[in-house]
Ligand binder design. Structure first.
Ligand code: PGA
Length: 254
């Protein structure tokens, strides 16, 4: 039976009141469900972490961040440390999201430090990889994925199995144009085989990129898809609940 992770990535959205109202509605819904085969996660802006902490029951909803610095503390103006995330109730942290790579110039060196730091603080990194449209059109998809996965070379072997990967084709993020089933299956199988061959470990692989309640079933039933990293649709409570319901019914089908 597949165990899905349905993860919302709120990005830079929601004030604390909006966040609390969303979480309350979500918990009301989740408390009536059997969540044995699914984990629900919200990766929220830093300023929402403490406000929602007291509303969240981690059996129902887990909380994560969207980025972190690798140091525990110090003179890094504007940054948030792994200790601060733990203090705020985080269990997960998204690292290497394409928006961080594009706008904040995060590269393999910095991501290696962040992933190792997260793991050594017992935070589960959701490590995002994916190609741009021009890279796909130039047939460079697997070369790009391989070079992004070089980061795993730097992670101590005993930590590797605690990483979650997210395949997020950049051209599908926020565009309304999700990857096709064939593209998703091809990429997920390639990533799965590559990681097993190279690092001798099998990691869960989420799909992200314009996933919504209309396409969730098609995406989640693809081979090697362990769940979704959902941006836009995770801000709409009814859509997000719909995706969770889809994952539950698929997991019950086996
Ligand atoms: P999207 O974002 O669902 O809005 O495409 C996904 C992501 O960026 O993680």
């Amino acid at each position: 039976m597949k165990k899905y992770l349905i993860a919302g990535n709120w990005k830079m959205n929601f004030t604390s009141n909006e966040a609390i109202s969303f979480v309350n509605q979500l918990i009301l819904h989740l408390s009536e469900l059997n969540l044995e085969q699914i984990d629900v996660l919200l990766c929220v802006p830093f300023t929402n972490l403490h406000p929602i902490k007291s509303f969240v029951n981690s059996n129902l909803v887990k909380i994560g961040a969207q980025n972190m610095h690798f140091e525990e503390k110090g003179a890094f103006t504007g940054e948030i440390s792994p200790l601060m995330l733990l203090d705020a109730g985080c269990e997960y942290v998204i690292l290497g999201h394409s928006e961080r790579r594009q706008y904040f110039l995060e590269n393999n060196d910095i991501l290696s430090k962040k992933i190792i730091s997260a793991l050594s603080h017992n935070l589960v990194p959701i490590f995002c990889i994916g190609e741009t449209l021009s890279q796909r059109q130039a047939n460079l998809t697997f070369q790009v994925l391989e070079s992004q996965l070089n980061v795993l070379e730097t992670v101590p072997k005993e930590f590797l199995s605690n990483i979650i990967l997210a395949y997020e084709p950049v051209w599908a993020i926020g565009t309304g144009l999700n990857a096709s089933k064939e593209q998703i299956i091809e990429a997920h199988l390639w990533i799965n085989d590559h990681v097993i061959d190279r690092f001798h470990v099998q990691l869960p692989i989420l799909y992200g990129g314009s996933m919504n309640n209309d396409n969730a079933k098609d995406i989640l039933e693809c081979k090697m898809v362990s769940g979704g990293l959902i941006g836009g649709a995770s801000l709409k409570i009814l859509q997000f609940i719909d995706i969770i319901n889809t994952a539950i019914s698929l997991s019950q089908q086996g």
